[in-house]
Design a protein around this ligand. Structure first.
Ligand SMILES: Cc1cc2nc3c(=O)[nH]c(=O)nc-3n(C[C@H](O)[C@H](O)[C@H](O)COP(=O)(O)OP(=O)(O)OC[C@H]3O[C@@H](n4cnc5c(N)ncnc54)[C@H](O)[C@@H]3O)c2cc1C
Length: 461
């Protein structure tokens, strides 16, 4: 292919501040890796951009030489869309600038920033952006798809805190978008994914959090899960928005506070995070404890930044992963029973079924206010099949799909695009529901040739 002519690549290198990797570079294999090992892709070229000039040059080069384009933040997306076979990966992971303006209550974030870096920068001032719960996740993909975590009940989705973006269009134009300027583009970027251009800066408003919170885990044997979760499902919706508790059904990891005899046995883990006053948080924990007989507990006051990293050891890169997701307005006893039954039959020790509670401020926003529309969702389920050996692909994927199908009758409209491993026929369209056609129009306006198609793709008109 003409584009791989070494002279062309040298010429391309000469206009860039950042490095270019081709398959003959020693570092190529390390640089091309994504979080999910099932996405094993080999781009022809990887450009590690240092600045927006590099992004513009990379887009121009890809267009001139008809190379497919994949855009990478931190490479966490389960679908592996941050890379492609044979095309150009525009890797933004080195663009890690964060600028915080305390007086304006704003933080300006480049697209290679991971959550750990953003939490560290904001929590140094007792501030935060409501983001996800795994510190190695990229802010770019998380925000563009919606974004939720421990603070979502109280402060909404990550996109609810997004106040502006700087973006490079596929034609290489630099645009700023917010509610006043390029407002239709801004509307689409708040949940519509990487469909409309390459974001080179995210501007967020800030809220006050911690820096200490009451957080930790309560563990019940799976045999008690049915009874405990039925009470949890109604109770959690009555608790203050400063309190959040999720449900994780899985084999007990070898946590130091669990008796060794429990390691590997099926359990229901309830992780909690409370940003309000300690006394009220402790009372809520007492109530939760009374729902059953916990076999282990590790809850206390800790820095929010530490809690944000608590799950990192179980979510390391390099494993094989397959996810399926639904939204729910309530967790019915039938649904919970189903989840418990499937958790009891999970095909491997690293799989889990989790229910994240997002009930609160997010439910008060109109569905048409921005692309992310599932404003009735109070819970998000992720069926997370995770394993190491390629020979176990079938059993794990089948398990995730079977639970997904069985849970379908209880699901509410929409779905979280950031938890979709693959398009399954109309699922992206249904994820955006009534907002889909408006997204198609924005796509048509900003990327009519669908050059940015390695994403949860919204096709132009
Ligand atoms: C272990 C783990 C934990 C997670 N926990 C949470 C959680 O708690 N809450 C939550 O909401 N989500 C969570 N997620 C999902 C996460 O939000 C998505 O995987 C997200 O896509 C990750 O962003 P990234 O930048 O790392 O992804 P990448 O794979 O780098 O990018 C994903 C896609 O985003 C687009 N993109 C990336 N950067 C840009 C850019 N600058 N401009 C335009 N398009 C761009 C591209 O289409 C790309 O394919 C988790 C994921 C993992 C793997």
């Amino acid at each position: 292919m003409n584009t791989l002519d070494p002279n062309l690549i040298s010429e391309f290198r000469s206009v860039l501040a950042g490095p270019v990797f081709t398959p003959d570079n020693d570092a190529y294999n390390a640089v091309r890796q994504l979080w999910n090992a099932t996405a094993d892709k080999h781009p022809a070229l990887i450009v590690q951009c240092w600045d927006r000039g590099d992004v513009i040059a990379a887009l121009k080069f890809a267009r001139q030489h008809q190379l497919e384009i994949a855009v990478r933040g931190a490479g966490h997306n389960i679908a592996g869309n941050a890379s492609c076979d044979g095309g150009l990966m525009i890797d933004l992971s080195n663009m890690q600038g964060i600028e915080l303006d305390q007086a304006a209550e704003r933080v300006y974030v480049q697209p290679g920033v991971i959550l750990e870096q953003l939490d560290a920068a904001t929590q140094a001032h007792g501030l935060a952006v409501p983001i996800g719960i795994n510190s190695t996740t990229g802010i770019a993909g998380l925000t563009l798809g919606g974004g939720f975590g421990w603070l979502t009940r109280q402060y909404g989705m990550t996109v609810d805190s997004l106040v502006g973006v700087e973006l490079i269009t596929v034609d290489g134009e630099i645009l700023y978008a917010n509610e006043a300027e390029n407002d239709e583009l801004f509307w689409a970027l708040r949940g519509g994914g990487g469909n409309f251009g390459i974001v080179t800066r995210f501007d967020f408003s800030l809220v006050s959090v911690g820096p200490d919170v009451l957080a930790g885990l309560m563990v019940f044997p799976l045999a008690q899960a049915d009874a405990v979760l039925k009470r949890y499902a109604e109770w959690i919706l009555t608790t203050p928005l400063t309190f959040n508790a999720w449900v994780v059904l899985r084999a007990a990891p070898p946590l130091p506070f669990l008796d060794a005899s429990l390691h590997g046995t099926p359990v229901a883990v309830i992780p909690i995070c409370h940003t309000g006053d300690l006394a009220s948080g402790e009372k809520l924990v007492d109530t939760l404890r009374s729902f059953g007989e916990p076999v282990g507990e590790h809850i206390g006051v800790m820095p929010f930044v530490d809690w944000q990293q608590a799950f990192d050891p179980m979510l390391t890169a390099g494993a094989r992963n397959y996810w399926k997701t639904h939204n729910f307005t309530q967790l019915s006893p039938e649904l919970l029973q189903l989840a418990v039954d499937f958790a009891d039959q999970q095909p491997g020790p690293e799989c889990e079924v989790f229910f994240a509670c997002i009930a609160g401020v997010s439910n008060e926003v109109a569905p048409e206010a921005m692309a992310w529309q599932a404003r009735d969702a109070k819970f998000v389920m992720n069926i997370h099949a995770r394993w190491q050996d390629i020979h176990d692909d079938g059993s794990h994927i089948d398990w995730a799909r079977a639970l997904f199908n069985a849970a379908q009758p209880y699901a509410s409209a929409g779905a979280y695009v950031n938890f979709m491993t693959e398009e399954e026929g109309g699922r992206i369209e249904s994820a955006y529901a009534d907002n889909y056609q408006r997204l198609v129009a924005v796509k048509q306006a900003y990327d009519p040739d669908n050059l940015l198609h390695f994403n949860q793709n919204i096709k132009p008109d």
